[in-house]
Write a protein that binds this ligand. Sequence first.
Ligand code: AHR
Length: 535
Amino acid sequence: MRTLFGVAVIAAMTVGTAAPAQQAPVKVTIAADGTGPRIDRNIFGQFAENLGTGIYGGVWVGEDSPIPNVRGIRTDVVTALKALKVPSVRWPGGCFADEYHWRDGIGPRAKRAVTVNGSWGNALEKNDFGTDEFFDFIGQIGSEAYLSVNMGSGSVKEAAEWMAYMTADPGTTAGAERAANGHRAPYRVKFLGLGNESWSCGGAYTPDYYVDEMKRYARFARNLNLAQNGTDNPAGGSVAGSDPMQRIAVGPGGPDTAYTEAVMRAWKGHDWAWSIEGLSMHQYTWVAWPPSFASTGFGEREYATLVKDTLKMEDMIRIHSAVMDKYDPEKKVPLVIDEWGVWLAKLPGSRDGFLHQQNSIRDAIIASINLNMFTRHADRVRMTAIAQMVNVLQAMILTDGPKMVLTPTYHLFKMYVPFQDATRLPITFDAGTYRFGDITLPRVDGIAARGRDGKVWLALTNVDPNQPVQIDARIDGIDARAASGTVLTADHVDAINSYDRPDTVVPRPLAARVDRGRIALTLPPKSVAVLSISR
Ligand code: AHR
């Protein structure tokens, strides 16, 4: 019996051996009475950048739009996102964050600056969707704010003033301005990103230069919402906050550990005046830059190649966790994977720089593999943000004018909701192998957890696009009497949901047999199943 970590290695060693036509059942053992780390709900976070139609058209349609909306924010998208219980939304970027000047996006819309989104296709940025609209949006979907401050073309003063606008008491000038714009109470800024990809689009800083700059932002971009954040000056008498903001520094975007080393070394030596509460990492599934894989009309080779590429996430987590462990063995600083997902070629006919792609069963399977990897590293990986929420990259939702469709990745995220804040349970299984040509991959993946509802939850992925997998699961520690759930699958690896056929890839009920504590089920080819087990 071996876990998935071992399997990647074992599978690689067995290249060339023929797969049996009929595979024996995969034995899965779950210690339902065991324990493990909490699977932080923030692992299921999302990213929404002012990019293409991610915000404009996808979230914001304006109050005068014939598309049903609440204060300009489209109702169909809000309703769909609410069901995902999105823990946090990262905004306004991405690369865009480092050219975003928050003052352009507040006050009467008719008077807002019209600018150019230089990062993304030189699109006109009318700034209709600014700070107050963002908070309205996350309030409507019931999520927390993860804002990125502009460390590229902005200043510490600008970042500090933005924080004051959002979090200061209405008795201050900044708070009064916010109140005049419709929101008297301070906003909750739960997460603050200190720059974005500062090694590249965020300013191309050396690690040491970034660290020196970042400390100033960590110090002065203050959250003034006293009830939430408290204060931190021991000489002045610190005040405890109920839920202090977490500052997230820029970290790696590849195997190079220079940023990880520099930021974590600085963190270890920090004094009371500044700190960070997270280190960012970006890791996309794109095989090679620039991304060239199609999001529609592909075959098994492209399927297997992308699945193989996504497993690099495991190496990335291990490489950077090892550096973090050196400086932070107690794992106080989470690794925040705040950009991940499948980045494919743009859809033919879509605008350059808008990163518009379709979303298939392949992408949902890849999402499950990533969420499972995050879960297995839940002690260090406590927050992530898939890129991105609507219409951009591996989106949950696609829109076209009034039309909206939920993608396979949306359904996968919805199936995984019970894992939010669940306790990971020990699980063992022999993953086996799936082969295509010279590509060898683990065939089965899975995680188990005890949900906040007290139930045992199991997620299983069959990577093999051709063969079903029989599962024989033994549940130790509880008297399992019933199991039910759903399965997401499709006839073809490139199956998508379209506006005309929105129900091609949707979860369907899964039949599972329970007999004396054992659960028998069949995972269809290329599928993800999530089931709850009750006693
Ligand atoms: O998600 C798209 C872009 O990818 C982000 O703006 C940037 O941070 C990354 O390079």
